[in-house]
Each structure stands twice: as structure tokens, then as C-alpha cells.
Write a protein that binds this ligand. Structure first.
Ligand code: MG
Length: 257
């Protein structure tokens, strides 16, 4: 997939932004978490949701008749921790895990077995790195050691055998993830579910891993929304930042009342 420079301008007014969205009564809502619903933190384990966000998500879910899902690179168990006590429909590990309305699905975590030991050893030798083991994917966070980016990418590229695993780059993170799924395949799986069918998909994301989701939503005739304008994107709309998106989503809910 080629990513061209964003042709859309950045919307900083939440009222303007929500007017570009379809009514929630016919929308299927897909939300990335880190950098989209919540600001990034130096240590991803420190991220937690706030009560106002949980309340807003519940209202959003109700207004779209349950057609709402988190689409994240995190493991679903970690999403449950962040949004506790809420348990939302979710795709974790960039589509490697799915919690659909009626069933759960996950790729075989043994796909990553060969890579765990080398990455743990590399993490131990380089203080400041954080290896996040999500079962079906492995992420190395290097926010505190940015000078190691190229070396980490070389190491991880060597751990992608036979085309089954691919390298996923993000904001100060490189990840090994299964090649057969991404955020686009996750959104497509949700759109097959009765709760989501015949609705217009709207996906909000912020990073390179979200581009596959934006492309899928564009293909399905929906609305793709990028939070932040630091990188080129195929998203149709761009919203300034996390707090503007929160206000936009709140106004979107208000429009249904
Ligand atoms: Mg993100």
C-alpha cells in the first residue's frame, strides 16, 4: 500500500469535525487507542483511561446500537485493563486477536516462539528498551533509546521467516506481527457481524499501523480519520489532536439526543 501526502487540512474545531461524520444511527465506529483516544506515554504500561472517556464511550456505543470496537496494537487483555470495568468489542495485536459480538478468535501465539528469546536477550543488554509480549505479536519500544532504531529494525527483520511474520513500525516502536492480518482485516471481520452490517464504517487512528484500517474503510465507502498531522496518510480527514477528538466524539453523541 502506498501512502501519499495528506491532501486534507487539519481540523482543529471539534464542531466542524463531527459534521463530517455520518449520523451514529447508521455508523459503525472503530477506534484506535494509543495516540487516538489517549495520549502516548513514555511507558505504555502507564496508560489508563479516565472516567469521562469511559462514560463517553458507553454513550457512543449505545448511540450506534453496539456497533463500536477498539482496533488496537495492544493485547485485548491490556485494553480491558485500560478501560476497566468496560469490556468493549475489540481487535488486539493489530488484528491478531478479535473479540467479536458472538465469539473470540486469536492467531496461534506459537508463531512468535522463535523470536522471544533473542528479543528478551537484546532487551536485557540494552537498558531503556521495553519488550511487550502480546502473545501473537512482539513489540520493542525504544522511546528512551532512539539511537537504536536502525539496529532494532535489522534484528527484528532477521526474525521474520517465510513471509508469515511482518515488521510493523510505529511511534518509537517496532513490532513483529502476523502477516495475514492487520487493522484492515480486523475492521472487515467486524463489518461481517450482524451488529455492524449495513452501517457506514468510521475509523479513527493516528499511526502507521492504522493506514491499513484507513484504506479498508475508504474501500468500504466509509470515513477515515487521522488524529495528528505529523505523517502522510490515506485518511480522508485529519483532526488536530487527542483532546479535539474527544470533544468531537462527545458532540457526535450529542447530535443523537
Ligand atoms: Mg495509535
Amino acid at each position: 500500500m502506498s501512502i501519499s501526502a495528506a491532501s486534507t487540512s487539519v481540523i482543529a474545531d471539534p464542531e466542524m469535525a463531527q459534521l463530517a461524520l455520518p449520523p451514529l444511527s447508521r455508523a459503525a465506529v472503530f477506534l484506535d487507542v494509543d495516540g487516538t483516544l489517549l495520549d502516548l506515554k513514555p511507558d505504555p504500561r502507564e496508560v489508563v483511561s479516565h472516567a469521562a472517556l469511559r462514560e463517553m464511550l458507553q454513550q457512543l456505543r449505545s448511540a450506534c446500537d453496539g456497533a463500536l470496537a477498539l482496533i488496537s496494537g495492544r493485547a485485548i487483555s491490556d485494553l480491558d485493563r485500560i478501560f476497566s470495568p468496560l469490556k468493549l468489542h475489540a481487535a488486539g495485536a493489530h488484528g491478531g486477536q478479535l473479540r467479536l459480538p458472538e465469539r473470540e478468535w486469536a492467531l496461534n501465539p506459537h508463531l512468535m516462539d522463535h523470536a522471544r528469546a533473542p528479543l528478551r536477550s537484546y532487551e536485557a543488554q540494552h537498558p531503556g528498551l521495553l519488550l511487550e509480549d502480546k502473545g501473537v505479536s512482539l513489540a520493542v519500544h525504544y522511546r528512551h533509546r532512539p539511537e537504536l532504531e536502525a539496529e532494532i529494525e535489522r534484528l527484528m527483520a532477521k526474525l521474520c521467516p517465510r513471509g508469515e511474520i511482518t515488521l510493523q513500525r510505529g511511534k518509537h516502536v517496532v513490532e513483529l506481527r502476523p502477516a495475514i492480518c492487520d487493522k484492515g482485516t480486523a475492521i472487515a471481520a467486524f463489518m461481517q457481524e450482524p451488529v455492524f452490517q449495513n452501517r457506514e464504517p468510521v475509523f479513527f487512528g493516528d499511526d502507521l499501523t492504522d493506514e491499513a484500517g484507513f484504506a479498508k474503510v475508504n474501500e468500504l465507502g466509509g470515513v477515515s480519520v487521522r488524529v495528528g498531522a505529523s505523517l502522510p496518510s490515506v485518511a480522508k480527514l485529519c483532526i488536530a489532536d487527542v483532546s479535539t477528538l474527544f470533544e468531537c466524539l462527545s458532540l457526535w453523541v450529542e447530535r443523537m439526543k
